[in-house]
Ligand binder design. Structure first.
Ligand SMILES: Cc1cc2nc3c(=O)[nH]c(=O)nc-3n(C[C@H](O)[C@H](O)[C@H](O)COP(=O)(O)OP(=O)(O)OC[C@H]3O[C@@H](n4cnc5c(N)ncnc54)[C@H](O)[C@@H]3O)c2cc1C
Length: 389
């Protein structure tokens, strides 16, 4: 194990791995990424990893657009195929019509390829859909989903080639400072001297931050998902779907399986990241199955093939906190994915790397995501509520 590093990143999820990749691309050679389990063993590995631009605020829309470009380049660079741009469809209920119209206008003004489609066109994209109760539909042809584990491994592979030291199964257990300056990180395998630490520890980010003496407004909630499969029959689902009418999201996994979770509004189940039920509840399974069969009746003869729970790390306004200018010198944070930040992560890693290296603003201005927004009444407003953005 190395004895010192210029920059230590805590966490090997989408944020930490993208940050390591981008720092290494900017020429930093003395980076160390510490991960207590395997890469992508936190929220990222459990993620549905659906990618869509449909957000209320300009910054998230720009971050998604940039993230898709980064992922496309990373595919070329590594030869790995993890980005599925099969399209994304949003099914909107009548009570959200006006918000939908405002969002669509902003997306189109920002040059995003999106359009409102009628029910006839929706049926041509999703032939098995039951159209009852759907008021409006948005279609983004370039969106879709990704394989989150493969994305993280690809970022890490290039970062490693560029000289980054990546230690998996290495847990951070302490952070030392003197005169308000970070000076080392303690792990279960030894100490590493450093003047710069970035906390990208996902659901454990609160605990890591307390090691540095900085309190963060984060809560952790359990998020369940199921997979339905029929080896004898294709699902007919090629696109990712955010279905606000039935409060579910779904996307294909190969031709014979569909991954499904429940969307907002819903009750959050606050848990401790080390003590939660990794399986899905029976009631969740039957309720989710019945909602998806109501919308896609052809899935009625698909069986449950797996189910699991992961974690959302939620901030008070459901947007990440990215801050490299905190009161403690040498301490930065990229935390609080709030159930929707896989798709933002590739670009967030890039923007933060630019800020760290040049000490200047990044190519997309992320200053509005800083921690101080909660004290200065500049929280983000979410149109649809929760992680729908
Ligand atoms: C079920 C589910 C579905 C989701 N669906 C979507 C979606 O469709 N689209 C979307 O955009 N987003 C989605 N999200 C959200 C998205 O996955 C997360 O916002 C994102 O993955 C968070 O990444 P992260 O790098 O911040 O955290 P993580 O992936 O959790 O990474 C943090 C890492 O830090 C490590 N760590 C923690 N403590 C320590 C320590 N002491 N020492 C060393 N390492 C440590 C952990 O082991 C972990 O690997 C979903 C999330 C879940 C749970």
């Amino acid at each position: 194990m190395i004895k010192s590093a210029e920059i230590i990143i805590i966490g090997g999820g989408i944020i930490g791995s993208s940050l390591a990749y981008h720092l290494s691309k900017l020429g930093i050679r003395d980076i160390c990424l510490l991960e207590k389990g395997e890469l992508a063993s936190g929220s990222t590995g459990d993620s549905a990893a659906i990618i869509r631009h449909h957000y209320t605020n300009e910054i998230s829309i720009r971050l998604v657009k940039d993230s898709i470009n980064i992922l496309s380049e990373l595919q070329h660079e590594t030869g790995n195929h993890f980005l599925h741009q099969n399209g994304w469809v949003f099914l909107c209920p009548e009570n959200a019509d006006s918000m939908f119209d405002l969002n669509m206008k902003q997306l189109i003004d920002l040059g995003i390829e999106t359009k409102e489609i009628d029910i006839k066109n929706t049926i041509s994209l999703l032939p098995n859909i039951n159209p009852t109760g759907i008021s409006k539909v948005a279609y983004e042809p370039d969106s879709g989903y990704a394989d989150p584990k493969s994305v993280v491994e690809s970022f890490a592979k290039i970062a490693k080639t560029n000289g980054t030291n990546i230690y998996t199964n290495t847990k951070v257990i302490g952070i030392s400072k003197s005169n308000n300056q970070i000076n080392s990180v303690e792990t279960d395998k030894g100490n590493i001297k450093t003047n710069k630490v970035i906390n990208a520890a996902g659901p454990w980010a609160y605990d890591i931050s307390m090691l540095a003496g900085i309190n963060l407004p984060l809560t952790v909630s359990r998020e369940q998902e199921i997979m339905l499969t029929n080896p004898e029959q294709e699902s007919g689902l090629n696109l990712s779907v955010s279905n606000m009418v039935d409060k579910i999201y779904l996307r294909p996994k190969g031709k014979h399986s569909v991954l499904i979770g429940q969307g907002h509004p819903k009750t959050n189940e606050i848990v401790h990241p080390d003590k939660f039920n990794r399986k899905a509840d029976n009631q969740f399974i039957s309720e989710t199955q019945s909602r998806v069969i109501n919308r896609f009746p052809n899935l009625s003869n698909f069986q449950l093939s797996s189910s699991w729970s992961g974690l959302y790390t939620i901030t008070p306004d459901w947007h990440m906190i990215i801050d490299n200018d905190l009161s403690l010198n040498g301490y930065g944070i990229a935390v609080g994915g709030s159930g929707h930040s896989f798709k933002l992560g590739p670009s967030i890693g890039k923007q933060l790397a630019q800020e760290i290296v040049s000490s200047q603003s990044s190519s997309i201005n992320i200053s509005s995501l800083g921690l101080s927004r909660f004290k200065s009444n500049k929280e983000f407003k979410s149109t649809y509520g929760g992680n729908r953005g």
